[in-house]
Design a protein around this ligand. Structure first.
Ligand code: NAI
Length: 416
């Protein structure tokens, strides 16, 4: 029997209303349809707050991109909502604490655009080494500079990757396939792919690399990670690429190094200050400098990434709805659950207070129900416990009430 299907204890799938906003990729609709969700509505725009409150009032699952703001006020109007999908990387547009307070996990797609970023950086490596953009700009202006000066092949050059996570390691593979030698530095021990070599320190990497490329997250430690001192430690004539976050590089120090010729060029996709929309001018002291590729934070922006995001986030929402898995939630204790067998699954979300678990177990024990599996994760504020009870239970409103009235309970769900 599929989850939600027949039991009056749980909600049947045709009653689960899904609202997708901002023209989310059709792949998402397909994932919901493939899993038996019939009530899926997809709208092309981001509604204003008042319209959104009306639209969201009876919806169980909502999918947004970056322009829809799910404030505490909007979430307060969503009486049936039980999970949110951000079909993008960032989740700043959602009041995550308010969502959590309402027992609503929020999911996103942090890795669907990994390949897109790695490919763009790979392209930039070649363009910078050949000074292609500079020559192209000159050619557009009618200037013919047919020269090999300052132009290099990638083969044999040392690429220093700072942050060997999803993007850094993917880039490592692409770069080696072009004959580059790869070294990397990460604060966490990482398995080297191919022939890549780990550097013990950032300093060691900076002094070894012909090109340094940054793939670290925005954290207090990575703020201004590359400043005047670090740039001075780079090889004369080397190149810097930043497609991570704008404040990882001190822009005045970079400008100075480019003007002095210590660095031969740079490719910068992310900026400390980025225009909020296409109507605003992009202002940067890097504008107009030779052999500097400037792009408007598009490293991850491809149609393929959008298509992947549609699948990745819809999958996470379906997994939570169908079997209670919160893996990948950004504001919730993460529980990865096995596929439900011949059991009834109870999901209990509560404030993280002493004694709740024993009271939950007492409810099952008092009925002589056999617990086949139990999964618990807590964080500072909330606890999430999933209990599998042998067999498919009859409707039992008392059981639900007993669980719901345990002190600290935020939400109870059942899957049969
Ligand atoms: P990830 O989390 O898989 O990898 C980040 C790596 O950096 C981890 O291995 C981590 O241990 C390491 N790290 C953290 N602090 C460090 C430090 N101080 N020094 C050295 N290593 C450190 O993240 P992923 O997916 O590879 O993305 C990296 C960054 O790329 C993201 O945080 C995001 O800001 C940026 N990004 C930019 C996009 C664009 O459009 N330009 C699109 C997608 C991501």
């Amino acid at each position: 029997m599929s989850p939600h299907s027949l039991s009056p204890l749980s909600l049947s799938k045709d009653k689960i209303r899904v609202l997708l906003l901002e023209g989310i990729h059709p792949n998402a609709v397909r994932v919901f349809a493939d899993h038996g969700y019939a009530a899926v509505e997809s709208l092309p725009h981001a509604p204003d707050a008042e319209t959104l409150k009306r639209l969201i009032a009876d919806v169980h699952i909502v999918g947004i991109r970056s322009r829809t703001r799910l404030s505490a006020d909007v979430l307060g109007a969503a009486h049936r909502l039980f999970c949110v999908g951000c079909f993008c990387i960032g989740t700043n547009q959602v009041d995550l604490a308010a969502a959590r307070g309402a027992a609503i996990p929020v999911f996103n797609a942090p890795y669907s655009n990994t390949r897109s970023v790695a490919e763009m950086v790979m392209g930039e490596i070649i363009m910078l080494l050949r000074r292609t953009f500079e020559k192209s700009t000159q050619a557009h202006a009618g200037v013919w500079r047919k020269t090999a000066t300052g132009a290099h092949e990638t083969r044999g050059k040392v690429l220093g990757i700072v942050g060997y996570g999803h993007i850094g390691s993917q880039l490592s593979v692409l770069a080696e396939s072009l004959g580059m030698r790869v070294c990397y530095h990460d604060i966490v021990e990482k398995l080297p792919l191919g022939n890549a070599v780990a550097c013990r320190s950032l300093g060691e990497l900076l002094s070894a690399a012909d090109l340094v490329t940054l793939h670290v997250p925005a954290t207090p430690e990575t703020r201004d990670l590359i400043g005047a001192r670090e740039i001075a430690a780079m090889k004369p004539g080397s190149l810097l690429i930043n497609a991570a976050r704008g404040n990882v590089v001190r822009i005045p120090a970079l400008v100075e190094a480019l003007k002095s010729g210590h660095l031969a060029g740079a490719a910068i996709d992310v900026h400390p200050e980025e225009p909020a929309s296409g109507d605003e001018e992009f202002v940067s002291p890097l504008r107009g400098l030779a052999n500097v590729i400037l792009t408007p934070h598009v490293g991850g922006s491809t149609l393929e990434a959008q298509a992947n995001i549609g699948i990745e986030v819809a999958d996470k929402l379906v997994r939570y709805s169908d079997n209670g898995s919160t893996q990948g939630a950004v504001n919730f204790p993460e529980v990865a659950l096995p596929v439900q067998g011949r059991v009834t699954r109870f999901m209990h979300i509560h404030r993280n207070e002493p004694g709740v678990l024993s009271r939950i177990n007492a409810v099952f024990a008092s009925r002589g129900l056999n617990i086949a599996g139990q999964y618990l994760r807590t964080d500072g504020e909330i606890g999430y416990v999933v209990v599998d009870v042998d067999g498919e239970l009859e409707d039992d409103a008392n059981l639900r009430r007993n669980l719901e009235t345990i002190d600290g309970t935020m939400r109870v769900r059942f899957l049969v």
